[in-house]
Design a protein around this ligand. Sequence first.
Ligand code: ADP
Ligand code: MG
Length: 271
Amino acid sequence: AECEGTIELRDITFAYPQRPDAVVFQGFNLSVPTGRTVALVGESGSGKSTVVSLIERFYDPLGGQVLLDGRDIRDLNLHWLRSTVGLVSQEPVLFNMSVADNIRYGRPDASQEAVEEAARAANAHSFVQALPEGYATQLGEGQIQLSGGQKQRIAIARAIVKDPKVLLLDEATSALDAESERCVQDALDALIEASSITVLVVAHRLSTVRDADRICVMKRGLLVETGTHDDLFQRDGVYADLVRRQTRLARSDSQSLLSQKSSSASLGDAM
Ligand code: ADP
Ligand code: MG
């Protein structure tokens, strides 16, 4: 059957195997409805990346279930799960192979046409074409060096070419300078808008979070607030405080006329 892309974490208990005494989740619940964008925000260490790791099944929970379309992901083929649920994280991993092969890494049978289409959607096509050998340009040691933003756009193209039903973005732009961040963000925004994909986005800049269908605020492994930006702003709780602090940070950055980098304060920084 066709995958709908509904994600649910149900009553999750979890501690990392290396640190069994440090309980990350105890009875944690989260749902991401089909085709919606849910933003996870919260201070560093609150468990956002752990949610992503559990959905990709890098770890299994000690208790509770992670469900995709109502099915426990432990009952699904792992390869299928990871091709259905795309992940873009902070540090993209590129391999010593051509740009095209880096993009088709997630789907080896992808045609050149599909590779280029994904690159266009990721705002990568024009810079790739401008490389000495275009899509055939080799990446890696002693080869062409790409900027952080270019690498990230290749990683996004790699996620897109798999045509995932669910996309997990874990601080995908937080390591970038302001200009490439905007470029990558535009690519992601266009992708999210154009497709009916289900998206879980972690701790992005406020602008992305603001447009999410639902914002979930985490604190020490707990979901402390849930709602739209307007709901949460009116509630005047943890999220509203966070927004005010980020706005202040951004303002003081522009006043100090520091580098562009500093104006990219993330929600994580503000907490
Ligand atoms: P966030 O992404 O919100 O910053 P994480 O999910 O990375 O938070 O971390 C949640 C908790 O799990 C933190 O206490 C962190 O120290 C711990 N943690 C994260 N990754 C690991 C790991 N690989 N091994 C052990 N503990 C970890
Ligand atoms: Mg994290």
